[in-house]
Design a protein around this ligand. Structure first.
Ligand code: FJE
Ligand code: FE
Length: 290
């Protein structure tokens, strides 16, 4: 009997179509980001605009800046970041905590280190469809202890968004998205379904992983793998150390994208309007006066 067929839950596993390393660059005020999606090699991976693995150390950070037309997902890996917006919404995101911010028609906020030492995290920008770009801003915040976590067969997964190993996240994704934080023990093998039409990628955080083909060369931290079409992905930890990576997928919007820094709309006219709205503090930027 062909044992490989019997144990497989995937009919059409995805392959890697692109792989590159995220190089560190300066952003904000003295912050450092390893940007994978959103850099010149990859301007946009529908619906994902940016993936930054960031590092901030006081007095650096991301002082007051606006957003419109998309969502930011901040997931802390080490230390803590304090955010404060123009309506007085404020909080601290600590290691393992999650902030899912729907900027919609407008948010102005700062994101600054909350303690001494180096704060590390991931920030993902997810585009919103034209009919959702101007919705009221919304926050979904989750403490580390409330993030759904399951372990099975040497695999641990923290379900930020979507579903894995039979466990669902409570996060509502306006643009349908999955976001999974996997840790595989040495020898573990993962088969994770992904909706067929979705774009998806893997970003390695720790250790070395073998992805999509058992014979492929191992992938190290700070590398992103863009996956081709298929019904899911396979991963192996063939090393002697823990392997940690995120798997993110999303339904492509298939709409034109015009980006001007932190404003992401469908047309140049909408960007011009947004620049005016921000300058005159109107249409969602009312509270930016102060
Ligand atoms: C931004 C430059 C920036 N990646 N990762 C330009 F740095 C930012 C920005 C961030 C950011 C913030 C955190 Cl906490 C983590 C980040 C970029 O704030 F929005 C623009 N437009
Ligand atoms: Fe921001």
């Amino acid at each position: 009997m062909p044992e490989t067929e019997i144990s497989s839950v995937l009919r059409e596993p995805r392959f890697v179509v692109k792989k590159f390393q995220a190089i560190a660059q300066r952003e904000g005020a003295g912050a450092v980001v390893r940007r994978s999606i959103g850099r010149f090699e990859l301007r946009y991976f529908d619906p994902f605009l940016v993936l930054d693995e960031f590092q901030v150390t006081a007095p650096g950070g991301f002082p007051d800046h606006p957003h419109r037309g998309f969502e930011t997902v901040t997931y802390m890996l080490q230390g803590a970041v304090t955010h404060e917006d123009f309506k007085g919404h404020k909080g601290t995101i600590r290691a393992g905590d999650l902030q899912w911010m729907t900027a919609g028609k407008g948010i102005v906020h700062s994101e600054m280190p909350a303690s001494q030492g180096t704060q590390k995290g991931l920030q993902l920008w997810i585009n919103l469809s034209s009919k959702h770009k101007m919705i009221e801003p919304r926050y979904q915040e989750m403490l580390s202890k409330d993030v759904a976590e399951v372990s099975k067969d040497g695999i641990k997964v923290r379900v930020i968004a979507g579903e894995a190993l039979g466990t669902k996240s409570q996060i509502y994704t306006r643009t349908p998205t999955m976001y999974l934080d996997f840790t595989l023990k040495p020898g573990a093998h993962l088969q994770q379904p992904i909706p067929f039409k979705w774009n998806s990628f893997i970003y390695v955080l720790e250790g070395e992983g073998v992805f999509c083909s058992k014979e492929s060369s191992p992938t190290k931290p700070h590398y992103i793998l863009l996956l081709g079409s298929g019904d899911g992905v396979e991963a192996w930890n063939q090393s002697s150390k823990l392997l940690r990576f995120i798997l993110v997928g999303g339904e492509p919007l298939g709409e034109p994208v015009v980006q001007y820094g932190p404003f992401v709309m469908n047309t140049q006219e909408e960007i011009d309007q947004t620049i005016d709205d921000y300058e005159y503090c109107i249409n969602g930027f009312e509270n930016a006066k102060h």
